[in-house]
Design a protein around this ligand. Structure first.
Ligand SMILES: [Zn+2]
Length: 979
């Protein structure tokens, strides 16, 4: 460190802010405005209390007409880009790249800032980080040389969350400052670091948020409408997509990550005061290298200490967010041997200066020894000051330690390659011959997109599962046999030739392990998001975790997806397709929407081939048969072209008219349904609760209404009542708000109304199918659409987003078609369904008296008489007798069998059999409880899901539950009432 840099570490509070006039090299007007818009000098540091002047490079003020963080000013993404491109045109220290488009066609960009030499030789620096990313291909000596020659890259991303508005403003000023300022600190950054900036991640949402702020400015007496849509599909969840990779912003960042291989990926968020620097409370992700975790702490504490020295109140770490799930955007860094991190600064959401009250977070704690002030006047400029002071400190730290960052990057890769032989496991293996090959292919492709190599075995292989082999244990005399011994688990596994191997001796082995392994989270952990995600479960494919290193020695070659083979000759009458509830069959059905599909109701045999019940027939008669076989050839389905139509019972498999229903309260969770439907090319109408309130004849337009989870509600009555009444809050494209959309309304406030409930009820009674999930299922119960069902309040259940085992209790229902007996499902602690007309809990109690709880009560002074039998259990309850129809003929309160709810999928009855991956405490509250219920109503059906079958692009193994219902909506009554 050169001596004069020490000056920068003299605490700011030791002297008042430098007088602007003393610095002719500063932009006088801009610097004055910084101080004017900062509400108190203590919210400013010497790093950002001024802006250097330049007669060549335009400042944000020269270009936009206002400084970064000016009151009442927010910049549209395209204007941010125009500014960045103006910088690029004015200085050889800035370069702008286009990195892709959003769902709505808006551009995403990357801005690179460094000294002229670095920018001119950017390709060479990219080559260095690329080489360091795969230590298998370079020697240790080469790596040491590359570490000396290279420059680490630090990627800052802004406006991931659209109501968090400060970062794009800050990043414009940062890019200018890094390009222009001639202080030793900035020169050090420019010479030693390649700063990467994506000013706006969620571009669609940013522009909508700026629209709303403009609307409010034009309508000062009205209430600003909430940002009901952020991106095209989801809102806050847009940074929980690193597991599913379904959103464009995640895909674009991942693709760009592999082009540059940066060492840090840093998201800029705004919520808690004043600057939280990420480390997290734990549990930390158990698959990360401890060195990576140490880097979070080292960097966070460096910034906490430096900024505290500079006098900023409220800079802290640790006490927010956990560090567990690998679904965050910055996991694109963590998963690829870089450091992923984030800030939360204090934002007002709008650019207005406001009086804010800070409650809990203003309390001193061991991790927050310098807490925020309990109340504060807060401006957008304060927010810009905090973000920028933090980021400059982080960049300076990287500049000072530039070799360390490149070396750590290489070390992390090296240790990941050694993983298979040090801590293990050696590999994950997916048997080639399994039922759901389409879902397996999608899983393998997801890994490949993440840079994980997949291999295929050249010949069959058998590996011992016990590794290293255990010494036979001596049995003690009289010791009880344990369960394992009784159930004798296989001691080896055999895989056929062509099976898929994910070797864990590759640079991103820890990401592969984190995605494919099973999670265990203690019930008393304070977790921030999902706890379990095991991809093999969520895609419902067969997989094995292999510890035995011999698997790595078996002959294998690298796998890449193959182009579809030549289709067979389209000669024959009918195609039979095996149905294992694979999403490829859903794709096929919609790709051939004009073809005639039917479903077999029984198993059958053709020559030597066994065809399970639920197999699908596609008629070639009168169809474009060439088109049919071409579509089939592009799937991974098993099929045969037959010359004769088998004479077995079938029913039609149509593509019914589908509507997807949303509220105006929260559109996020239904967004994951839209993205799943769009990805499968399923056509549907997107309708709102407000629209349905006035549609008296829904049945004439639709066959199936899918009402996905309604997200964060204060109560399910909000679906009906909408928001509190008041002046209209429009959500519409206008000249003032050109970016609002996805759906439109004149007023966000009204809900479904009781007329809407009535219209949906009539729709079902007239033969329609209504599919409800979580909140909307509870709504269907509370508003009388699903009868003889209640929901139970959990008392001690702890099950944050985890993968649970489920068992089909009624395999005759078409919803079970193609599935095995057991199915992993995603469940998040709500709801718990209970079936039955009577509340049996009272009956289970006994009066205080002699004996124990289980003893009968014996009144004194007369002979003892037994109690009558308990009410007979209903469908789905233990001991249910299907033939028991008689009582409904005598008792007006007992429903006829065909009107009773039908339980299709349930939790296992044994509490210890439920959890597959994640967290589960209090399992006895859900043991044996229904997950999917088909509730008949008139000529139609209401389907209720407690599990969420379409969640964040992760639950592909459950998609067919929804589509089995859709394709068989006319045939759901098969097998009901039970005979
Ligand atoms: Zn955020």
């Amino acid at each position: 460190m050169k001596w004069f840099w020490l000056l920068l570490f003299i605490p700011a509070f030791l002297f008042a802010a430098e007088s602007i006039e003393k610095h002719p090299e500063w932009d006088q007007g801009y610097s004055k405005k910084i101080r004017e818009y900062t509400t108190d000098p203590q919210f400013m540091t010497d790093l950002v209390d001024h802006l250097p002047a330049s007669d060549k490079v335009p400042s944000p003020e020269k270009f936009n007409g206002y400084i970064a963080g000016a009151p009442d000013q927010l910049t549209y993404a395209e204007d941010v880009y125009r500014y960045m491109r103006a910088l690029e045109a004015a200085t050889a220290r800035v370069k702008v790249f286009s990195i892709g488009k959003t769902e709505e066609g808006r551009e995403m960009i990357l801005v690179v800032v460094a000294n002229e030499e670095t920018i001119a030789n950017l390709d060479r620096y990219k080559e260095i980080t690329r080489k360091l990313s795969d230590p298998r291909k370079i020697t240790e000596e080469e790596a040491a040389k590359l570490v000396q020659q290279g420059k680490p890259m630090y990627w800052l991303t802004g406006a991931m969350h659209s109501p968090e508005t400060g970062s794009p403003e800050m990043l414009m000023e940062l890019a200018y400052r890094l390009a222009v300022e001639e202080t030793p600190l900035v020169q050090g950054i420019r010479d030693n670091v390649i700063t990467m900036i994506t000013p706006v991640l969620e571009v669609d949402g940013r522009d909508r948020q700026v629209d709303l702020v403009r609307w409010k400015q034009a309508n000062p007496d009205s209430i600003q409408p909430p940002l009901v849509y952020w991106g095209h599909y989801v809102s806050h969840d847009n940074n929980r997509d690193a597991l599913g990779m379904t959103l464009r912003l995640t895909q674009n960042v991942l693709k760009t990550f592999f082009e540059f291989h940066p060492q840090v990926l840093h998201d800029l968020h705004e919520s808690i005061p004043f600057l939280y620097i990420s480390t997290g409370t734990g549990p930390y992700n158990a698959w990360l290298d401890p060195i990576a975790i140490d880097e979070w702490h080292r960097m966070a504490y460096h910034e906490v200490q430096t900024l505290t020295e500079k006098g900023l109140p409220g800079v802290w770490t640790h006490g927010f967010y956990d560090g567990w799930a690998p679904n965050y955007m910055f996991w694109i860094g963590h998963g690829h041997n870089a450091i992923g991190r984030f800030y939360e600064t204090y934002g007002n959401s709008t650019p207005k200066t406001m009086d804010r009250v800070v409650r809990d977070a203003s309390q001193r704690d061991w991790f927050r020894t310098n807490p925020p002030l309990p109340k504060v006047k807060w401006s957008l400029r304060n927010n810009v000051n905090y973000q920028q002071s933090g980021v400059l400190t982080a960049l300076h730290y990287m500049a000072e330690n530039h070799e360390h960052f490149l070396q750590t990057f290489w070390i992390l890769g090296n240790r990941a390659i050694a993983k298979a032989k040090t801590e293990g496991p050696a590999a994950y293996v997916f048997e080639a011959n399994q039922k759901r090959k389409g879902q397996l292919r999608d899983l393998l492709n997801l890994l490949r997109v993440n840079g994980i190599e997949i291999h295929q075995t050249d010949k069959p292989v058998t590996v011992k599962l016990d590794w290293p082999p255990k010494k036979p244990e001596e049995k003690k005399e009289g010791e009880a046999k344990d369960k394992k011994e009784e159930k004798k688990e296989p001691d080896s596994a055999t895989f056929s030739a062509g099976s898929y191997v994910v070797r864990l001796d590759q640079p991103f082995s820890r990401l592969a392990d984190a995605l494919l392994d099973v999670q265990y989270v203690r019930g008393d952990e304070r977790v921030y998001d999902d706890c379990g995600w095991t991809l093999g479960y969520s895609k419902n494919v067969e997989w094995k975790r292999i510890v035995n290193q011999e698997i790595l020695m078996t002959p294998m070659h690298e796998w890449s997806p193959q182009a579809p083979g030549a289709p067979p000759e389209a000669k024959g009458k009918i195609v039979a397709v095996k149905n294992y509830a694979d999403t490829d069959l859903i794709r096929l059905r919609y790709a051939l929407s004009d073809a005639k599909f039917s479903v077999s109701e029984v198993a059958w045999k053709q020559k030597t081939t066994e065809w399970p019940a639920g197999s699908v027939f596609i008629s070639l008669e009168g169809a474009d048969s060439k088109n049919v076989v071409n579509a089939l050839a592009s799937t991974s389905l098993e099929y045969s072209i037959l010359d004769t139509v088998p004479s077995i019972a079938t029913h039609p498999m149509p593509t019914p008219r589908l509507a997807l229903l949303h509220t105006w309260v929260d559109t996020q969770d239904e967004g994951w349904y839209r993205i799943a439907l769009d990805e499968l090319h399923v056509p549907y109408d997107y309708i709102s609760t407000q629209g349905v309130s006035g549609m008296q004849d829904l049945r004439s337009k639709y066959d199936v209404i899918l009402f996905p989870p309604a997200g964060v509600l204060s109560d399910v009555s909000e679906i009906v009542n909408g928001m509190p009444s008041g002046p209209p809050m429009p959500w519409k494209k206008t000249e003032l708000t050109p970016n609002l959309g996805v759906d439109e309304t004149d007023d966000l406030r009204p809900g479904l109304g009781l007329s809407g409930v009535q219209n949906i009820k009539k729709f079902v009674e007239d033969g329609g199918l209504l599919i409800t999930v979580r909140e909307t299922a509870q709504w269907a119960v509370q508003y009388g659409l699903a009868k003889y069902i209640s929901t139970v309040q959990p008392q001690k259940l702890r099950a944050s987003g985890s993968i649970m085992n489920a068992v089909f209790t009624d395999r005759k229902s078409p919803i079970a078609i193609g599935y095995d007996e057991m199915l992993p499902v995603y469940y998040a602690a709500f709801p718990i369904f209970k079936i039955g007309i009577f509340d049996n809990r009272e009956a289970e109690k006994r009066p205080s008296g002699r004996g124990s709880l289980k003893d009968p009560d014996v009144p004194q002074g007369r002979p003892y008489v037994d109690l009558p039998e308990k009410p007979k259990p209903g469908p789905g309850e233990e001991g249910f007798q299907p033939a028991d129809e008689s009582s409904s003929r005598f008792d007006p309160y007992i429903p006829r069998m065909e009107e009773r709810p039908r339980v299709i999928l349930s939790f296992p009855k044994e509490a210890d059999q439920i959890l597959l991956s994640g967290m589960l405490d209090g399992a006895d509250e859900i043991a044996g409880k229904p997950l999917i219920i088909d509730s008949p109503l008139g000529k139609g059906h209401v389907l209720l899901f407690a599990n969420n079958p379409m969640w964040r692009g992760n639950t592909q193994g459950n998609y067919a539950l929804i589509f089995n219902a859709i394709f068989n909506y006319q045939s759901l009554g098969i097998g009901w009432p039970p005979k």
